[in-house]
Design a protein. Structure first.
Length: 570
């Protein structure tokens, strides 16, 4: 009827389906067109042919094999837990090599069905078309549930294998791999490599990528766009996501911090935000990591920024106090100082007052000035407990506590300031193999910065004794003190840093360690250690006194005279 209508109009070339009918087409023609558009596969085929979905087509193709081949494929090739060639050979009464041959031939026969046949009217020829469509739908990667949504019959089981159709196709088709709910071409690992390459193309200097900038991994996919599953796929690949950002470098805590700052956090961190990230590291360890990493700049008391942003650095309240005093020609009202610093940094007024009232400043009559009287180091290194001279360095004996392991700074003897020629309010950075080590004199006493990285590197446990080595060339080291041997003299030498020293020169070494003359007698050396507070070493030397006195190697002038000379003197 539709063809007759177009012919009658003089338009025999018009397609019967597609496009709009003329508005003046008769009702009978419109109804005929509608009936054609509603025709389904079930209307075209008989009942049995209409039910030949992909699962049934795979079942037909497997049924074309002999029973032994079917059993081998089911128990080995398609099984979730395949039996070995040896096991199958024993149960079927043939050699393992024969099992391998049957399996290889049967699989090759099955793979042939995945290619389009010569006649599309044959049911099994359609299987090749479906296999090709599935390959196209997978693209680089797509979720399995979305693949099944496009091809619902993939979820149906193939009786001969007791597996869903998607798994049978996956085992037969080497063009893609399906695992953990993901379909990826050619393999999961291959798709992950493609993903990494695309992320690297869009990543900034800190490895941060915006999701919107990631090229579609499956441009053939329809409905919702690639971003709908992209976040889940990136998480599966091991990347960390925060909002619309992907972090590709999170192996160490410093990389984490750089990524978060690069993602748009202008000043960071705050305890709540760091906890929410879920990193198994303390906030203190994060700050320590940023403190020795030149990618970061401290911009407030508890806030950091990327150094590339060019923000003003913050090195504590004392530095801005000094700047404001200098800017005001050496004198500034305390109230003005408090207002200026609290307006710029997140510090309290009480903190500003406390710093302004301590060295190197003083407050008098409401005015803050530099304390020109200054301070001096009264106690010398030679008289400081647990501090010893060793060749071209001074060593400070320290017992490691939980606070040291957590990364806390700690007080140093006043003599350390003298060794380093420090002034009140000064901070020094000493060189070391693990990066700069800070020593500051911002309070009543000098303080060392965190040594946690040295303890981690040497796997130092709590209650272990170490030496903090201050070399004359201003290089800092942490050295683990060997375990005591229960030999008094050897242990005394160990505790002053003379590890592996020559015990024949023990008295000389022990004297030099606390600044005594090399020819000091044993009694003076023992007394020197006890006077400076090193009672543990003094007790060891007392126990080894006889050995110590016999080990003196300093040559003294020999005194000899015969009896006549002595009588002449008398």
């Amino acid at each position: 009827m539709i063809a007759n209508w177009y012919a009658a109009l003089g338009q025999p070339g018009m397609p019967l389906l597609g496009g709009d009918l003329p508005v003046d087409a008769p009702t009978e023609v419109a109804e005929a067109r509608h009936r054609l558009e509603q025709v389904t596969a079930r209307d075209v085929f008989d009942h049995d042919r209409a039910d030949l979905d992909v699962a049934e087509l795979l079942q037909l193709s497997i049924s074309a094999l002999d029973e032994r081949a079917q059993e081998i494929l089911a128990r080995r090739f398609f099984a979730d837990h395949p039996e070995t060639l040896e096991e199958l050979g024993r149960s079927m009464g043939v050699t393992r090599e024969r099992i391998r041959q049957i399996e290889g031939k049967a699989r090759a026969n099955m793979v042939e069905f995945l290619e389009p046949g010569d006649s599309l009217l044959e049911p099994l020829s359609t299987l090749g078309l479906v296999a090709g469509a599935v390959r196209d739908a997978v693209g680089t990667v797509t979720p399995l549930d979305e693949l099944i949504a496009r091809f619902p019959s993939l979820a149906r089981r193939v009786k001969a294998t007791a597996q869903p159709a998607w798994r049978v196709l996956d085992r037969l088709d080497d063009a893609y791999e399906i695992e953990d709910g993901w379909c990826a071409a050619p393999t999961i690992a291959g798709a992950q490599a493609v993903t990494l390459a695309r992320l690297q193309e869009s990543a900034d200097a800190h490895g941060v990528v915006q999701l919107d900038d990631v090229e579609a991994l499956n441009p053939r996919r329809t409905g919702g766009g690639p971003e709908r599953f992209l976040g889940e796929w990136l998480t599966y690949c091991g990347y960390q996501l925060r909002g619309n950002h992907v972090f590709t470098r999170t192996s160490v805590v410093g990389d984490w911090a750089a990524s978060i700052l690069s993602a748009g956090v202008r000043r960071w961190p705050r305890r709540r935000s760091w906890t929410r990230i879920g990193v198994d590291r303390s906030l203190g360890s994060l700050k320590n990591a940023m403190g020795i990493d030149d990618r970061f700049e401290r911009v407030d008391r508890d806030q950091w920024a990327l150094a590339s942003w060019g923000l003003d650095s913050y090195i504590g309240v004392r530095a801005p106090v000094r700047e404001e005093v200098a800017r005001s020609d050496g004198r500034i009202p305390l109230d003005d100082l408090v207002a200026r610093i609290t307006g710029k940094y997140s510090v309290t007024a009480n903190s500003v007052v406390a710093y302004a009232s301590s060295a190197p400043f003083r407050v008098k009559n409401g005015m803050v000035t530099l304390d020109t009287a200054g301070r001096c180091v009264r106690k010398t290194p030679e008289r400081t407990r647990r501090l010893y001279r060793r060749r071209s360095a001074w060593v400070l004996r320290l017992k490691i506590t939980k606070e040291h392991q957590r990364g806390s700074g700690f007080v140093a003897p006043m003599a350390v300031a003298g060794l380093l020629q420090m002034q009140p309010g000064e901070t020094l950075m000493l060189d070391s193999e693990l990066g700069p080590q800070s020593v500051n004199w911002n309070g009543n006493q000098p303080c060392f910065g965190s040594i946690r990285r040295f303890l981690v590197a040497a796997d130092v446990a709590i209650d272990t004794e170490v030496f903090l080595v201050l070399r004359d060339d201003r290089v800092f080291e942490v050295e683990v003190i060997p375990t005591p041997t229960c030999e008094a003299l050897a242990d005394a030498l160990t505790l002053v840093g003379a590890v592996g020293g020559d015990e024949r020169q023990a008295l000389v070494v022990l004297a030099a360690a606390i600044g005594l003359p090399e020819d000091s007698p044993a009694s003076s050396v023992i007394g020197g250690y006890r006077e400076r507070g090193d009672a543990d070493i003094a007790d060891l030397l007392l126990a080894a006194r006889s050995e110590l006195e016999g080990a003196v190697s300093v040559e003294r002038p020999a005194v000899s005279a015969d009896i006549d000379d002595i009588m002449d003197l008398l």
